[in-house]
Every structure is written in structure tokens, then in C-alpha cells.
Write a protein that binds this ligand. Structure first.
Ligand SMILES: [Fe+2]
Length: 310
């Protein structure tokens, strides 16, 4: 899941994050899923990819979990050029039936989770400017393809994403049984908050037991951040606790700083069990009033659940 911010930088003709007119025009036409216009990537865009990939590779070898490293090998990504999604999918689909699907930008929460349920990964196609490789509040193709997709080559992890999509569907379906309109909105908002927090502390910023440092990284926000991948594993400032569902769903987070608190799962099987528990807790009403605070649920996320086609 991703949060977009507004940038006032002037537009360019290529596919640089926050200033790609091709995407603005497509968004203006109401398009969400598109073909990747590969010819629009400039040499500067490819240079961003090359620099990002080159400096992350040694850090992945040092801090990433084994399945991610196997995934990187399986995908045969070109270190020099922004990847074509159809090339990525040629390697990805036979392994887990997942495929990357190009989007114009922000995907409302229910649609995003429902894509996962159908083994599709909404994928950002822009890339950050080569002069600001470190900090980016928005997702880009490096985060989505180099950070997320290698994990999707692992069948068990891909099943976690599908299971997550099923929980979202269960939440939307359960909402239709609540007659009081005001109560329905309140509950759905809380359910989305719980799911967004779970997703954040696992798929985006998860740690796992193992590796030479005692923990290794499987969360994509960490896997696509040169500074934070090391910080998350080595810094004494980071609090690392065993994954606890009751804590995770009630824990707020902020997106614009290194995470001070991370949760450690035992294995991908353990993670899968936790998504199962999340659904049990949904049905038991334990996600109906989680603690307030970040992330704030915007109108389109809320509406996407209320309007879900079931
Ligand atoms: Fe992400």
C-alpha cells in the first residue's frame, strides 16, 4: 500500500516520479491499470535504476532473507536498465502465478488487496530522480519491482499476499451485514486501519529470525532503502520485538522516518498463520475498534471497501 504526496516540481517528458505527464494524463482519463510505456524511460531514468541496483546489491547479500536473494536470481533483473514488466512476469508467473500489473498511481485499498487475492501486484512504473535516490515517500518501480517482487517468487510468501486479499474480502462482506450506516463506516474504517498496520509491519517492514545478525529482512520498504536496511538490522536504536498480533494492529506508524519499532516473525509459515489469525479476529470483532492514529484512512480507501463487488 502506498501514500502519495503532492510535488510541485516541473513535469518532464519521461517517467520520473511525481513529474510524469503521461501518468497525469492517464489519471485524468480515470485510468488505473495501463500498459507500461517503456519507450518513455529516459537515460536518466535508467541511470537511477542502475545506481539504485548497484548500491543495494551488497546490502541485500548482507541483510536480506534467503528467499529474497533466490528471488533476485530467479527474476534475472537487468542491473543496468529499468525492467519491462512483461519480462519480469515471464520469470515470475511460472513460479507463483503472480504477475506485476502497471498502474497509474494510487490504488484504493480494497482494489489493491483484491488484486493480491487474484495474484496480481499493482506496480508503480515511475522511478525516482537520480539526484534523490535516498528519500521518497511515494512508491516507485525500484521499490515495487526490486523491493517487493523478488519475494513474490516464493510460493509461501505469495500465498500470504493472497490470504491477505481474502481477509480484505471477508471484511468487505462482513460490512454488508451491518445495518446501521454510521456503525458500518466506523467498523470498516477500523478494519482497514488494522489491515494497513499488519501489512506495514510485515510485507513492508517485516523482519524474520535468522541470518548472521540474528534477524534478516523480508519487508519491501526496507529492501528498497539503502540506509534503512542496515539500520533496521544493526542499529541499537531500533526496537525489535517478536510479532504480536494484538500489538501490531493497534500500533500507529509514520512513513517519513526510519521505523523505530519493528516486529520479527519466525518464518513464512508463521507469517501465514498470523494472517489466518487476522481473519479470525476480524470475525470475532477484535478489529472493530483498534486504537486511533496513523494511518488515517482516506475517503477513497473507505469507499472502495463499502462499494466492493463481492
Ligand atoms: Fe510497498
Amino acid at each position: 500500500m502506498s501514500l502519495l504526496s503532492v510535488d510541485t516540481a516541473p513535469p518532464t517528458a519521461d517517467l520520473t516520479t511525481t513529474r510524469a505527464p503521461f501518468l497525469e494524463q492517464a489519471q485524468g482519463r480515470g485510468e488505473l491499470f495501463i500498459e507500461q510505456p517503456f519507450h518513455l524511460y529516459s537515460e536518466d531514468n535508467h541511470e537511477s535504476w542502475r545506481r539504485l541496483y548497484e548500491r543495494m546489491l551488497p546490502r541485500w547479500k548482507q541483510y536480506a532473507n534467503d528467499k529474497f536473494l533466490e528471488g533476485i536470481d530467479c527474476l534475472a533483473l537487468d542491473p543496468e536498465r529499468v525492467p519491462r514488466l512483461e519480462d519480469v512476469n515471464r520469470f515470475l508467473e511460472p513460479l507463483s502465478a503472480f504477475k506485476a500489473k502497471a498502474v497509474t498511481g494510487y490504488v484504493p485499498a480494497y482494489l489493491f488487496f483484491d488484486c493480491l487475492r487474484q495474484r496480481e501486484f499493482p506496480t508503480t512504473i515511475t522511478i525516482r530522480d537520480k539526484s534523490s535516490l535516498d528519500y521518497l515517500p511515494e512508491p516507485d518501480i525500484f521499490h515495487d519491482i526490486a523491493g517487493h517482487v523478488p519475494m513474490h517468487t516464493h510460493r509461501r510468501f505469495s500465498d500470504v499476499l493472497v490470504r491477505f486479499g481474502e481477509v480484505a474480502k471477508a471484511a468487505a462482506r462482513r460490512a454488508t451485514t451491518i445495518e446501521d450506516q454510521e456503525l458500518r463506516v466506523k467498523i470498516v474504517e477500523s478494519n482497514i486501519k488494522a489491515m494497513a498496520r499488519f501489512f506495514w509491519f510485515t510485507v513492508e517492514f517485516g523482519l524474520m529470525k535468522g541470518g548472521e545478525h540474528g534477524v534478516c529482512v523480508y519487508g519491501s520498504g526496507l529492501l528498497s532503502s539503502f540506509g534503512e536496511i542496515q539500520h533496521s538490522v544493526e542499529s541499537p536504536l531500533v526496537q525489535r520485538y517478536p510479532f504480536q498480533l494484538e500489538w501490531v494492529i493497534n500500533q500507529y506508524f509514520e512513513i517519513d522516518q526510519y521505523q523505530p519499532l519493528l516486529f520479527v516473525v519466525d518464518s513464512f509459515a508463521h507469517l501465514f498463520e498470523q494472517v489466518d489469525r487476522l481473519e479470525d479476529w476480524l470475525h470475532d470483532g477484535k478489529l472493530d475498534q483498534v486504537s486511533p492514529g496513523e494511518p488515517l484512512i482516506n475517503e477513497s480507501d473507505l469507499q472502495s471497501f463499502l462499494d466492493a463487488r463481492l
